[in-house]
Write a protein that binds this ligand. Structure first.
Ligand code: GRF
Length: 238
């Protein structure tokens, strides 16, 4: 049964989960080949485009975007997916019970043989049920250096706080908000003449680089996760 506790009733992040207690120190050895990528988005889709471009240019080798799914019919990202001739589906979330919607999305991802799910601006709470369907196979990108500034409008939060360095984080998704093991982080310096918009734009540039790097790491599988630490198991790595 799903836990009763929920982090708020409204979306507070580009990905959110109903929290459940999870074991923190299970050692997981990765390495299963994963080539079919599924993208979940709700809006603009620039991270999806960056991933698709990385695949097209060989920066992410031997992978393909198997399907792009949006929970919003008017998401610009889904229009771009269609223009590019990719499988694109709208599975509207409005008015549906969370897990019912998640079951439809998971069924579609499985139908397309998706092994790695990439959240790319997916403005929808995910149920623990969904997370459990793809263990260590869901990635998210967040526009701050986690654990600083989780939740919505992370760039604005960072700017308002007056930090000198912000950035972005690609992490595994677990059942807590912006919380799973970190795969890649990129730092972005805050300039004296920045405003929220200019800072967000420079962070977004780094997001586009970071997401492809993280996908390659996960697809290569030369890592293990011990507690919260992702460790490289490639003996030739520095
Ligand atoms: C990005 O800033 C991402 O970090 C956050 O949502 C935004 C999505 O942007 N999770 P886009 O739709 O990929 O352009």
């Amino acid at each position: 049964m799903a836990p009763k506790s929920v982090i708020g009733n409204t979306p507070a992040s580009c990905h959110l989960f109903q929290p459940v207690t999870t074991p923190r120190s299970i050692k997981i050895v990765a390495g299963i080949p994963m080539r079919n990528i599924g993208i979940l988005l709700s809006g603009r889709g620039s991270n999806f485009v960056a991933i698709a471009d990385s695949i097209a240019t060989g920066r992410i080798p031997d992978a393909r975007v198997a399907v792009v799914i949006s929970n919003k019919a008017d998401a610009p990202g889904i229009a771009i997916a269609r223009q590019r001739g990719l499988e694109a589906q709208v599975i509207v979330s409005k008015g549906k019970a969370r897990e019912d919607h998640d079951r439809e999305v998971a069924a579609s991802l499985k139908q397309y043989g998706v092994e790695l799910v990439c959240l790319a601006g997916y403005m929808r709470l995910l149920s623990p049920w969904f997370v459990q369907q793809f263990p260590r196979r869901i990635l998210n990108i967040h526009p701050s250096l986690l654990p600083a500034f989780p939740g919505l409008e992370a760039q604005e939060q960072a700017f308002a706080y007056g930090v000198k360095i912000s950035g972005c984080t690609v992490h595994f998704v677990d059942e807590e908000l912006d919380h799973g093991a970190i795969i890649v982080q990129k730092a972005v310096q805050v300039r004296d003449n920045d405003n929220e918009r200019t800072l967000a734009a420079r962070i977004l540039e780094q997001e586009h680089i970071a997401y492809s790097e993280a996908i390659n790491i996960v697809l290569d599988g030369n890592f293990e996760i011990v507690g919260r630490q992702m460790k490289n198991t490639d003996s030739e790595a520095p």
